[in-house]
Design a protein around this ligand. Structure first.
Ligand SMILES: C[S@@+](CC[C@H](N)C(=O)[O-])C[C@H]1O[C@@H](n2cnc3c(N)ncnc32)[C@H](O)[C@@H]1O
Length: 196
């Protein structure tokens, strides 16, 4: 209808919780499409966030913003998260979070155990944003995503390098497809999307 703005459910929640995936990056409309039709019950996000870090970019930032968005968007889902900083953890409702350094594969495997050892439908890496850490986490956690599920790395600053590493690992890293999606809000406004 002319003059009526159609706001999607995820967009409305991203606004409600002041999520930087919307304000500093371009990911929310893409997520609407990627998650459409998927049955999502178990999600893991690397990186919880905290006020001192997020407020310069998102003045109304709410602690644990993206986790609260996912909890409301997927009413049947358990939302797991981890962060290197113990003071960021959020444990309420269907959100459970743990301390974990994503650059340490054995810590990541401990995390999988704490999440109950069952495959994730979606993993989102919004942690340190360092290419080496992004790669170690992908190499360790991709096999913990169910077939048809998604592993998404946000704020990829070296997309070509990460893409080449993922393709080169094809023999032992099992996935259906991998692609880089680039946007223009910031230099690191890019995603690596791996479909398992
Ligand atoms: C951009 S914030 C996450 C924002 C949150 N996902 C959101 O969308 O609201 C990044 C977080 O990653 C955490 N982090 C940094 N290095 C990490 C590492 N090596 N392992 C796990 N988390 C890390 C930081 O402490 C910070 O809380």
């Amino acid at each position: 209808v002319e003059g009526v703005e159609v706001v999607s459910a995820l967009m409305a929640l991203a606004e409600k919780y002041c999520v930087d995936k919307l304000h500093s990056h371009s990911y929310i409309p893409v997520y609407e499409e990627l998650f459409d039709g998927m049955d999502i019950r178990r999600v893991l996000e690397i990186g919880v966030g905290f006020e001192d870090l997020m407020r310069p970019f998102v003045p109304r930032y709410i602690h644990g913003a993206s986790l609260k968005m996912w909890e409301e968007f997927w009413p049947e889902a358990q939302v797991f998260a981890c962060d290197i900083r113990p003071d960021t953890l959020v444990n309420e409702g269907r959100i459970q979070s743990f301390v974990c350094d994503q650059s340490d594969p054995s810590a990541l495997l401990d995390l999988v155990e704490k999440c109950g050892f069952r495959a994730f439908d979606v993993v989102i890496d919004d942690g340190s944003h360092q290419t080496e850490h992004q790669w170690k986490s992908l190499a360790t956690l991709l096999s913990e995503v169910r077939k048809g599920g998604l592993y998404i790395i946000e704020d990829v600053s070296e997309p070509d390098k990460l893409l080449a590493m993922t393709i080169a690992a094809r023999q032992w890293l099992e996935y259906k497809s991998v692609e880089v999606m680039r946007f223009d809000k910031r230099a690191d406004d890019a995603l690596l999307v791996v479909r398992r």
